[in-house]
Design a protein around this ligand. Structure first.
Ligand SMILES: Cc1cc2nc3c(=O)[nH]c(=O)nc-3n(C[C@H](O)[C@H](O)[C@H](O)COP(=O)(O)O)c2cc1C
Length: 318
C-alpha cells in the first residue's frame, strides 16, 4: 500500500490542475519522466453523486501507469465527503486529498476550498466525514490536504497549525494567500515555517512545498533550503514536459512533435465522443514552441478539428 512516508526525500509531485492533468496528460508526463506521485484534477463531492456524475467521473478515470495516484476532492457538505471518500477507496485510489486552497470566485463563494481557511468548524467536520468514509469502506488510505498560507493575510501559524492538529499523512503548502491568487512570488519562508510547525505538532506529517518551482533542480534546492519532504510542480510542466527528468537533457523538436502525436492519439482513444477535440488544443503550446515560426505553426494546428488533421500538419513539417 502507498504511504507518503515511504517515499525517498525529496520527492516530486505533479500538481493537480483542472482541465489539464487528466488521465491522458498524466500518462504523457509518465512517459517522459515520472514524478513520484500524481494527483487528479479536483473533483466535486456533490457532483460525484449528481445527475451530471458521468461527466464529473471523467476526472476520476485513471490507468495503472499513473500510480501512486491521489484523488483530490472539494465541496461543502460533510455527508458528500463521507460518500466520496468511501467511493474513492472503492475505486482503488492510493490516497485522498482535500482541496482547501483554490481561490476561484465561484468556488470560494460557495464556502469551499480556500474559504475553509475562514471556517475552522466546517473544516473539522469535513475531515471527520472523510475519515469516516474510509472506515465505512473498510480500508484506510493516506489522507492529505492541499492549502494556502492564509485567506486575506498570511496566517501560517494559525491555519497550518490548525490543520496539523488533525495529523494528516501529508500537507501541501502553496506559499501564497488566497487573495494573492498567483500574482506575487510564493512565500517560501512561510513554507519553511510550516515545516517547523509540523516538527512540533505532527512530526509524522509529510510537508510538500508548492509555488513557482521552475525545474527539478530548483525543487531540490528549495527542499534543501526549507526542509520540505516533497516538492509539487504545476505550471513548469507547460514549459517542459520532461521537467521530472533526473538528468536534464535538451529535447529535440522531433521529440516534442512525437509527444504531441502520442498525446493526440491517446486523447482520441480515451475521450472521443466524451470531450470535444477543442479541449486538446490548449496543450499544443507545450509541444510547439521555441523555434522560428512556432506561433504560425500553432495557428495552423489550432484550425484542426481532428487528430488526423493534426497528424497531417505535423507530417508536413518533416
Ligand atoms: C490551470 C490550473 C488548474 C489548477 N487546478 C487545480 C486543482 O484542480 N486543484 C488544486 O489543488 N490546485 C489547482 N491548481 C493550482 C496548482 O495545483 C498549484 O498549486 C499552483 O499552480 C502553484 O504551483 P506552480 O507555481 O508550480 O504552478 C491549478 C493551477 C492551474 C494553473
Amino acid at each position: 500500500m502507498f504511504s507518503w512516508n515511504s517515499l525517498l526525500r525529496p520527492f516530486f509531485v505533479l500538481a493537480p490542475m483542472e482541465d489539464v492533468t487528466d488521465t491522458v496528460f498524466r500518462r504523457i508526463v509518465a512517459s517522459c519522466a515520472r514524478p513520484d506521485v500524481f494527483v487528479t484534477e479536483f473533483v466535486n463531492t456533490d457532483g460525484m453523486f449528481s445527475e451530471g456524475k458521468d461527466i464529473v467521473s471523467q476526472r476520476l478515470k485513471f490507468s495503472e501507469e499513473e500510480r501512486p495516484l491521489i484523488a483530490q476532492v472539494w465541496g461543502i457538505h460533510p455527508q458528500s465527503y463521507f460518500l466520496a471518500s468511501k467511493r474513492i477507496v472503492e475505486l482503488g485510489f492510493d490516497g485522498i486529498d482535500i482541496n482547501m486552497g483554490c481561490p476561484q470566485k465561484h468556488v470560494v463563494h460557495s464556502g469551499a476550498c480556500a474559504a475553509l481557511i475562514k471556517n475552522h468548524s466546517l473544516t473539522s467536520e469535513i475531515i471527520d466525514a472523510t475519515r469516516r468514509g474510509m472506515i465505512e469502506a473498510g480500508r484506510q488510505i493516506p489522507f492529505s490536504i492541499k492549502t494556502r498560507i492564509g485567506y486575506n493575510t498570511i496566517a501560517t501559524e494559525e491555519w497550518i497549525g490548525f490543520l496539523l492538529s488533525f495529523k494528516p499523512d501529508a500537507l501541501t503548502v502553496h506559499g501564497r494567500t488566497a487573495k494573492e491568487m498567483s500574482k506575487v512570488p510564493a512565500h517560501w519562508d512561510e513554507i519553511g515555517k510550516a515545516v517547523k510547525l509540523r516538527d512540533k505538532i505532527s512530526p509524522e506529517t509529510v510537508i510538500i512545498g508548492n509555488g513557482d518551482i521552475k525545474s527539478r533542480e530548483d525543487g531540490l534546492q528549495k527542499a534543501k533550503e526549507y526542509g520540505v519532504d516533497g516538492i509539487m510542480i504545476g505550471r513548469a510542466i507547460f514549459e517542459n514536459p520532461w521537467v521530472f527528468e533526473k538528468e536534464q537533457k535538451e529535447h529535440s523538436l522531433s521529440e516534442h512533435f512525437g509527444l504531441l502525436t502520442k498525446h493526440v492519439e491517446l486523447f482520441n482513444s480515451t475521450w472521443q465522443g466524451k470531450k470535444p477535440f477543442q479541449v486538446m488544443k490548449k496543450y499544443f503550446k507545450i509541444y510547439v514552441r521555441g523555434f522560428d515560426g512556432a506561433a504560425e505553426f500553432r495557428e495552423k494546428l489550432m484550425a484542426c478539428e481532428s487528430a488526423d488533421e493534426v497528424q497531417k500538419i505535423l507530417n508536413s513539417k518533416f
